[in-house]
Structure formats: C-alpha cells, structure tokens
Write a protein that binds this ligand. Sequence first.
Ligand SMILES: Cc1cc2nc3c(=O)[nH]c(=O)nc-3n(C[C@H](O)[C@H](O)[C@H](O)COP(=O)(O)O)c2cc1C
Length: 181
Amino acid sequence: MDVQILAISGSLRAVSSNTAVLRAAAILVPSNVKITFYSGLGELPHFNPDIDIEPAPLQVDAFRKQLKQSDGILISSPEYAHGVPGSMKNALDWLVGSGELVEKPVALINTSPRATIALASLTEILTVMSAKIIDKANVTLPIAGTGLDEVGIASHPDMSACLKLVIEELANHITKSKQIK
Ligand SMILES: Cc1cc2nc3c(=O)[nH]c(=O)nc-3n(C[C@H](O)[C@H](O)[C@H](O)COP(=O)(O)O)c2cc1C
C-alpha cells in the first residue's frame, strides 16, 4: 500500500540542518513510501482570521491541498528564542479552522538536543489541533552544528537507522489506519 508523506521544514535557511534531515529521510524511504516537500512556508501570508474565508489566499489553498493529499506529515523545525519559528507557527495557524491536521499522523524530528522548548511547544500546538503525533516517530538527532548534509546524514550508520525507524513507524501507522477504514 503506497504511503504519501509531506515533509515540512521549519527553517527557511538555504543550508538548513532541518531541511537536510528531511531530505535524508527521503533518500532512505522504502519503495512504497513517497516523500514530497512543502516549500511555501516563507510565501504564506500572515495569518489573519479576516482573510481566512472562501476563497482562501492562493498560497494557503495550495498548502491545504498538499496536506489533504498526504497520508502523514514529517516535520523538522528549529528553535528560535525558545519558541517555534514564526513562519512555522504562522503556517499551522492557517490550519486551525480548516482542519487538515485533524487525526493526521505526524512524525517530529528535532535536530538539536538543546532545543527542547520549541519541541514541547510544537507538540502542544499539534496536539491541540488534534494531529496524531506518533510517539515512536518522534526523535531527536544531534545534527545541528555538525555540517552534515542530506547525503552525510543518510550515510551515517546511527542517524540513518534512526530515520528509517521514524519512517517505518509513521508508514506502519498509516497503513494500519487505511486497512481499518
Ligand atoms: C535568531 C535565532 C534564535 C535562536 N534561538 C535558539 C534557542 O532559543 N534555542 C536553541 O536551542 N537554538 C536556538 N537557535 C539555534 C538554531 O535553532 C539552530 O541554529 C538550528 O540548527 C537552526 O536550524 P537550521 O539549520 O535548520 O536552520 C537560534 C538561532 C537563531 C538564528
């Protein structure tokens, strides 16, 4: 059974450890799993309930469509000033009313062991939005500051093994849910 996963990096940096780990995961996926990347985080308008009406802003509509077409989400986000980056929080705010994250299986990767506050905050935000965070697909890997790119991460024995497990746990959860439906 094919599994469609949308990867979202919370970093807009061109050379980002969070984007690199998601790209590494895409290298490591089994043949039945497809990872596509959401690349519009920096282009979404600032969330404003006044414009959260039909028709939605084009970028918001495209984001929501990509989420609807995905069976699960893989997020990796940095911590800025003890919080979730503004662009990431902004993107999530656009989904509160429209509900694309309700019951959506989510795997969270944290690339910095010291970034615990943003991770806790992101977990709380996703939980209150009724996303289904898969505990076993929720990992911290010490990647930030190592300079590893996606190929370096994907060929690192421990990191690649951990990433394969994350994908396996997320994909297994999705496959089981599809079989029940
Ligand atoms: C403005 C700013 C604030 C930051 N605040 C924190 C912080 O509060 N806690 C932390 O652990 N790291 C903090 N960092 C470090 C980033 O989270 C870290 O560099 C991360 O690897 C960036 O992810 P990226 O490589 O995917 O862009 C901060 C970085 C910047 C630029």
